[in-house]
Structure formats: structure tokens, C-alpha cells
Design a protein around this ligand. Structure first.
Ligand SMILES: NC(=O)C1=CN([C@@H]2O[C@H](COP(=O)(O)OP(=O)(O)OC[C@H]3O[C@@H](n4cnc5c(N)ncnc54)[C@H](O)[C@@H]3O)[C@@H](O)[C@H]2O)C=CC1
Ligand SMILES: O=C([O-])CC(=O)C(=O)O
Length: 330
């Protein structure tokens, strides 16, 4: 199992690489960034776990060496938000970064599972899909927008009300996209059931939708969530790796191209969105089945979903357009 982290020297990349190095499921860890990967790799390589670590920079065919033979590619490369910015404000810089890295994937590891963390996820995943399509290697079951941090936040914040001792033992579908009102937690479908006092519900939903802003504000100009994102990114990557290795029954929400996944067409029709975060069952070939939790949303959640669709469709179009009609100066 060879895993690459692209943007490995960054705020997310370093702790995510640490978690990968600590995992007994990974044999080879490839760290790629435009800066500092030799140092990060040297540091991690002293940890006494099986994974063999190597760091690469763009020079000396670094991309080729870093990507070749990879089974899983995790992409947290790109700039983070500062206070006052939306995730969409990151598009100008991060769209081109994701495009170029995924072009590298098409050349050197076209069969890899690709996990996109770089924001705006609502648009960077369609960008990745268009690049993979253009190269004739798009497998929708293998491309994922990582929305696990929204799920992790929902689990954590709901526990402050329910008093659950281990927040991660409550399953909460968080669906839609990964920004503001496109993030829709379906607390009515929590398992085990959670009782949320009516006067607390709006505040709880808001906290899940704008949890990222809470961290951006607290970090006061030095970046956005990195440690919780590394945790969430590793949690999702580990689930993919376990599914690939044959573990059955793994289900997690993730942002996927719905028409390419069993059960996805009906959800795309109902939501009007081709890309959507939805619980999917993971298996050896990737996202094997999408679960239509949208149909079971209650009235309050249906209202939230209307707000989600309105924003998400534009974000998806913007990503697709970036590849189909490239701006002259990018
Ligand atoms: N999906 C999610 O839930 C979350 C996504 N994010 C996003 O993750 C991204 C990274 O955030 P941080 O790690 O905090 O940023 P950072 O600035 O600390 O690290 C980004 C890294 O990417 C590298 N990089 C830039 N261009 C590159 C290229 N062409 N090839 C390889 N590496 C390149 C930089 O050198 C840097 O080391 C941001 O876009 C942020 O918005 C952050 C938190 C949650
Ligand atoms: O808020 C941000 O910009 C980073 C992010 O996606 C999150 O923390 O959910």
C-alpha cells in the first residue's frame, strides 16, 4: 500500500503524514510539496513503524518518483483561508494547483484513489474529475472530496448536548457540500438517536456549517483547521485502505460524482446536483453504493437542503468551467 500526500509540508500535510507513518496499514509513504519535503521525510523516517518514507520536490522529476505506483493520493495542497475570506476566495489559486497535481496523477498513477482536501472542495473535485476525464482515466468510484471534518464536527458538537462519552460512536450523516450552507447535517438520522432541544437545533446546525470559520477566527490570520483536518483526512483514508484490503460494511459520507456510483442517479435527480456528499459504502473498487438519505430528511432539513442546492450548483459549474473553458491568464 503506497500512499502519497501532496502538500505534505503544510499545516495539514505534516500531521496527516505523521498519522500515515504511524499506520501499520501503509507500506510506503511518499511526501510531495513545492518546499521542505526532504526535511519532513527525514524527520518521519526515524519513527519505528514499517512504512518507508521518501520526500520529493518538483525538481529532478520529483512528481514522477513521488506518484508512480501510488494506490492512494491525498491532496491537501493549496492556500488556506484568512479571516474575512470564503472558501470560494481560494479558487483563484487552488484551482490551478489541484488541476496540475491531478494531471500528474493521470500520468503516473491513473488507477489511484484520489482524496481531495484542498478548498473549495465543492469546486476542486469537479476540477479533478474533468482532468481525469480529459485523460480518459476517470473512475468516479475512486475520486473523493474529503468532507469527514464536517462529520467529525457534527459528532463532537452533538455530544456537548447529548453528553455522549465517546462522540465518534454516534453516526450522523452530514451531506451536501463543504462550505457554509452547502453543509447539511441530518441530525434526525443520527444513530443512536439524539434528542436535541428545539431551542438548540439552529445553533447546532450553524456550528457544523460554520465550524471552519470558528477555527479561522481563533487562528487570527495564521490559517485554518489543520490538526482536526489531519485527523479527519486520516480517518477517511484509513477507511478507504481498509475497504481496499477487504473489510466489509464501511460507510462514510464523502463528496462524489453521483452518476458514476450505484444508487447515485436517483440522488442526483432529487438534488439537481451531480456532485454531492452522501454516505457511501466503500469496497475494494472504491465507492460502491450511495445511500439516499436525502429522501428521509425532515421538513427542517429539507429547508436546509434548498439552501445547499442553490450554492452548490454554482460551485460545481465553476469547477467544470475552469477546465472546459480555461481562462486565458491562469
Ligand atoms: N476539506 C476540508 O475539510 C479542509 C480543507 N482545508 C484546505 O486544505 C488546504 C491546505 O491547508 P493548510 O495545510 O492549512 O495550508 P498550508 O499553507 O499550511 O499548506 C499547504 C501546502 O501546500 C503546498 N503547495 C502549494 N502548492 C503546491 C503544489 N503545486 N504542489 C504541491 N504542494 C503545494 C504548500 O507549499 C504548503 O506546504 C487549504 O486549501 C485549506 O482550505 C483545510 C481544512 C479543512
Ligand atoms: O474553514 C476553512 O477554510 C477550512 C475548512 O474547510 C474547514 O475547517 O472546514
Amino acid at each position: 500500500m503506497k500512499v502519497a500526500v501532496l502538500g505534505a509540508a503544510g499545516g495539514i500535510g505534516q500531521p496527516l503524514s505523521l498519522l500515515c507513518k504511524a499506520s501499520p496499514l501503509i507500506d510506503e509513504l511518499s511526501l510531495y510539496d513545492v518546499v521542505n519535503t526532504p526535511g519532513v521525510a527525514a524527520d518521519l523516517s526515524h519513527i519505528s513503524t514499517p512504512a518507508v518514507v521518501a520526500g520529493y520536490l518538483p525538481k529532478d522529476d520529483g512528481m514522477k518518483h513521488a506518484f508512480t505506483g501510488c494506490d492512494v493520493v491525498i491532496i491537501p495542497a493549496g492556500i488556506p483561508r484568512k479571516p474575512g475570506m470564503t472558501r470560494d476566495d481560494l479558487f483563484k489559486i487552488n484551482a490551478g494547483i489541484v488541476r496540475d497535481l491531478v494531471k500528474g496523477v493521470t500520468e503516473y498513477c491513473p488507477k489511484a484513489f484520489v482524496l481531495i482536501i484542498s478548498n473549495p472542495v465543492n469546486s476542486t473535485v469537479p476540477i479533478a474529475a474533468e482532468v481525469l476525464k480529459a485523460a480518459g482515466v476517470f473512475d468516479p468510484k475512486k475520486l473523493f472530496g474529503v468532507t469527514t471534518l464536517d462529520v467529525v464536527r457534527a459528532e463532537t458538537f452533538v455530544a456537548t448536548l447529548s453528553g455522549a462519552k465517546n462522540p465518534s460512536k454516534t453516526t450522523i450523516p452530514v451531506i451536501g457540500g463543504h462550505s457554509g450552507q452547502t453543509i447539511v447535517p441530518l441530525f434526525s438520522q443520527a444513530n443512536p438517536k439524539v434528542d436535541i432541544p428545539a431551542d438548540k437545533l439552529d445553533g447546532l446546525v450553524y456550528r457544523v456549517q460554520f465550524g471552519g470559520d470558528e477555527v479561522v477566527k481563533a487562528k487570527d490570520g495564521t490559517g485554518s483547521a489543520t490538526l482536526s483536518m489531519a485527523y479527519a483526512g486520516f480517518r477517511f483514508a484509513e477507511k478507504i485502505i481498509k475497504a481496499v484490503k477487504g473489510e466489509a460494511g464501511i460507510i462514510e459520507p464523502t463528496y462524489v460524482y453521483l452518476p458514476g456510483i450505484a444508487g447515485g442517479d436517483a440522488i442526483a435527480k432529487e438534488t439537481g446536483c451531480e456532485y454531492f456528499s452522501i454516505p457511501v459504502e466503500l469496497g475494494p473498487t472504491g465507492a460502491e453504493k450511495a445511500f439516499n438519505v436525502v429522501s428521509n430528511a425532515n421538513d427542517q432539513e429539507k429547508k436546509l437542503l434548498e439552501g445547499c442546492y442553490a450554492d452548490l450548483k454554482g460551485n460545481i459549474e465553476k469547477g467544470i468551467d475552469f477546465i472546459k473553458n480555461p481562462p486565458a491568464t491562469k
